[in-house]
Design a protein around this ligand. Structure first.
Ligand code: NAP
Length: 246
């Protein structure tokens, strides 16, 4: 049967590339983000490539928490159900602590952590009613270790990963799967200004890997798996003197 997925942050980068990958695989899609016109362009392009595909678009600011349940419910109704939530919307502003940029740190937590939690909360309500579902949350390798210029970002991603771990235990034996993804560097506008992006992969390759991991319903994985499965563990062990130079 056709799988129905709702993607947050579908107007760019990983979310956008995953929409194309999953359309190729025959999924029905609900695409959300703040930029509705961009989503409409993506929908038109997808429909040109796959005329029979179901592609719903809806503007959604995940940090406008009160609007999240209504928007997700509208998408679910238009899709005719929901099998998978891809909680992906996120920002990375790279601010430093104590430099007058607290508002950016707050925005990061509001989007990456609270906005993601609001999305998951609504989807889980649908899944509990239906008796099945799959939550896929996008964390980051920055969740493994607090890195310089990444305090709020690392905190948001570590918080989201732990939140999803708790959820997995809550929905144990309820036929609801929970996948936590930890991408390394995937080439998107989020990070294309950085001077160094070790082990960078294209966004198309990232989307293929992510689609395979979703279909395997893995509990958690780095993206790509190798070398970040090892590097992620190493990050935790590095002394602060080394981390400070990163
Ligand atoms: N690229 C990487 O190497 C990498 C590594 C680790 C983790 N990640 C994570 O992967 C996710 C996707 O990032 P990306 O690299 O694809 O970045 P991106 O190209 O900048 O895309 C970010 C997406 O999030 C959406 N977004 C941002 N704020 C939002 C809000 N308040 N409400 C709803 N949507 C919002 C954006 O859409 P609008 O602006 O239209 O709202 C956009 O579609 C993020 O959670 C990021 O932290 C990425």
């Amino acid at each position: 049967m056709t799988q129905k997925i709702l993607i947050t942050g579908a107007s760019s980068g990983i979310g956008r590339a995953l929409a194309y990958e999953l359309a190729d695989r025959g999924y029905s899609l609900a695409l959300t983000a703040r930029r509705l016109e961009t989503l409409e362009d993506i929908r038109d392009d997808l429909k040109a490539k796959h005329p029979a595909a179901t592609v719903v678009v809806h503007s959604l600011d995940v940090a406008a928490y009160d609007s999240v349940p209504e928007v997700i419910s509208t998408c679910v109704a238009k899709l005719g159900g929901l099998d998978i939530l891809f909680a992906n919307a996120g920002i990375g502003l790279g601010e430093k602590v104590g430099k007058g940029r607290f508002s950016e740190a707050r925005q990061t937590i509001e989007t990456n952590l609270l906005g993601a939690m609001a999305s998951v909360d609504t989807a889980v309500e649908h899944f509990l009613e239906k008796g099945q579902g799959h939550i896929v949350g996008v964390a980051s390798v920055a969740a493994f270790r607090g890195l310089p210029r990444s305090s709020s970002y690392s905190a948001s991603k570590a918080g989201f990963a732990i939140y999803l771990e708790s959820l997995r235990a809550e929905v144990f034996r309820k036929n609801i799967h929970v996948t936590v993804l930890y991408p390394g560097y995937i080439d998107t506008p989020l990070n294309d200004m950085l001077p160094s992006r070790p082990f960078l992969i294209t966004v198309e390759k990232g989307a293929t890997i992510i689609a395979d991991l979703i279909e395997r319903k893995v509990k958690s994985s780095t993206v790509p798996v190798w070398p970040w499965c090892i590097l992620g563990r190493m990050l935790k062990l590095l002394p602060t003197s080394v981390v400070a130079k990163l």
